[in-house]
Design a protein around this ligand. Structure first.
Ligand SMILES: C[C@@H](O)[C@H](N)C(=O)O
Ligand SMILES: C[C@@H](O)[C@H](N)C(=O)O
Lengths: 158, 158
């Protein structure tokens, strides 16, 4: 039976911005993402999880080269929204397992997370789609993560 | 020029589980997702954003029909991890804009979020992939959201 995981993707050219504790009400996400859109900054992963006490954290990733530009654009936005803080993390990398079978196979997330756990690699963020499970991890752990995942998912290194 | 957004997808058969404030260290995500994998529960969207004070929130969505089964499986896990709480939200729906052009067009997230904002629909969660921007919103707002997004992205209702 064909391996539902067809590859491991990784990207170390990743900088994460997080606006911590912005108001969790209509219009806030629009305000946050209008600024980088106007500045034509390419945004990759956007993450917002469940809020608490009327606030939520909004994160997004960009290429390292856009850091200065994004900081300039996001600092005033974070202020206007009264964000608790604006956090920038450049020590991140994006690791994904990719395959058409992923979502219908309940064990894949478990398998990916267990593999990173046994390598003692901390998972900083998780998002999924029908064909991909994506984690952010520390940048210096990227090669180790890719190697371990290739082994566990029995893939030829591509 | 072809419309990079080829459709609006929505799903109202969505229940969200969130383990609030679990330890943000290796092995935790694996522990959380091992249990539903063993119980063969199909998991759709997984979200984890940046942690704080050594803890992180882990969320996932399932079909409404799996609620009882998932609750039975997750309650002990939440206890063992000393989660601050286990939150279940059944009043959610998943709305996505789908299209191959999405990630390379900086304005799409802004456009989607602004549309929901002008409908006064609160965005409860956000995740993205190369071809999709997905939001969780309140279930009773799903039809209104789909209608508004179809209009804004100039799509034939499918
Ligand atoms: C936090 C942000 O997503 C807010 N809930 C909004 O709808 O814009
Ligand atoms: C919170 C959880 O993802 C943890 N960081 C882990 O690596 O398992």
């Amino acid at each position: 039976i064909r391996n539902p995981v067809r590859g491991i993707a990784h990207d170390t050219d990743v900088t994460r911005f997080t606006l911590v504790a912005v108001p969790d009400k209509p219009g806030v996400a629009a305000k946050v993402f209008h600024a980088p859109a106007e500045a034509k900054i390419n945004i990759d992963v956007i993450v917002q999880n469940m809020g608490a006490d009327g606030c939520a954290d909004l994160s997004f990733t960009i290429a390292d080269a856009d850091y200065e530009k994004a900081l300039k654009v996001m600092e005033p936005v974070a202020k206007e929204l009264n964000a608790k803080k604006l956090v920038v993390d450049q020590n991140v990398a994006k690791i994904s397992i990719v395959g058409t079978g992923i979502r219908s196979h309940p064990g894949y997330a478990d398998k990916m997370f267990s593999t990173l756990a046994s390598e003692e690699i901390n998972i900083l963020s998780i998002t999924t789609s029908e064909i991909r499970i994506t984690c952010l991890i520390e940048r210096d752990k990227a090669q180790q993560a890719v190697k371990a995942l290739h082994k566990v998912f029995e893939l030829e290194k591509v």
